[in-house]
Design a protein around this ligand. Structure first.
Ligand code: ADP
Ligand code: MG
Length: 262
């Protein structure tokens, strides 16, 4: 919280631990995310980054500690409820329906956020639902244009390039207007041009009242993008601060060099 203008944090993670048997994947992690900022989460392989996303989104339950989203305690909340509250995510290993089209895959992101009442409308195909369906289609097409995927909307995901599939996942994470988006290595494996395109889109998104927490392996990529960086090593938070501070932090350098920086 070095900024002069203090905003209410959208997410508060307090003393969170996650154990898998004897493995302390997360060990007493605390941090807050400033609303509408881009924060990067970095650390060597196996340091707990993906586990932290899994705990925040409700895929795993924390062994200890608490998580608050928009001041609500979500520590024990169900995964679908957390998504509906407005936390979207992408996965390190892409999870898409390979035999469905780009459009269908992205629309799923909007449908899964519907509440139970709307679901009844779906079953009875009411006028309200038909209106909603139009809105979802409209919103999906808008996102596809934003990510330069519109021309491929009828293409099956299985015939897309790796970079395009990463973008489809990103589209699905943002189509529901979530206020917090968690991106697990969104540009990993992409060619340079695709990386720069997506980094630009992430920046644009953060200007539209969206808070972003982004996992990335390489410090150099996030330094330009993020306003602050959190560093994990072996399940512990070893540093947090502005990119310039993090780059010079001896603990961070040691963690990376010690494990073979790329
Ligand atoms: P990162 O994303 O930083 O590479 P992970 O969060 O994937 O790291 O993993 C952190 C540690 O937790 C690793 O030792 C990993 O093997 C372990 N881990 C993650 N998920 C599970 C699981 N479902 N069961 C057992 N161990 C796990
Ligand atoms: Mg990971």
């Amino acid at each position: 919280m070095q900024d002069n203008k203090k905003t209410t944090p959208i997410l508060k993670v307090k003393n969170v631990s996650k154990y898998f048997g004897g493995i302390h994947a997360l060990d007493n992690i605390s941090f807050e995310l400033s609303t509408n900022k881009i924060t990067a989460l970095i650390g060597p392989n196996g340091s707990g980054k993906t586990t932290l996303f899994n705990v925040i989104t409700g895929l795993y339950k924390a062994t200890k500690g608490s998580i608050h989203f928009k001041k609500r305690d979500i520590t024990k909340e169900r995964i679908d409820k957390i998504a509906k509250m407005g936390i979207g995510r992408t996965f390190q290993n892409i999870k898409l329906f390979a035999n469905s089209t780009v459009l269908e895959n992205v629309m799923v992101g909007a449908y899964q956020l519907l509440d139970n009442e709307t679901f009844i409308d779906v079953v009875f195909n009411t006028a309200e639902y038909r209106q909603l369906e139009k809105e979802i289609l409209h919103k999906t097409e808008e996102i596809l244009r934003f990510l330069d995927l519109y021309k491929k909307k009828e293409t099956l995901v299985k015939s897309l390039s790796y970079g395009d599939r990463k973008r489809v996942e990103f589209a699905r994470a943002i189509v529901g207007d979530s206020k917090l988006i968690l991106l697990d290595e969104p540009v990993a494996g992409m060619v340079e041009e695709e990386k720069l395109f997506l980094l630009d889109k992430i920046k644009e998104l953060s200007k539209k009242n969206v808070t972003i927490l982004l996992i990335e392996h390489q410090i150099r990529f996030v330094s330009e993008l993020a306003s602050s960086i959190i560093v994990l090593d072996e399940g512990k938070k070893i540093a947090e601060g502005k990119p310039v501070e993090i780059q010079e932090n001896p603990l961070v350098i040691e963690a990376y060099l010690g494990k073979g920086a790329r």
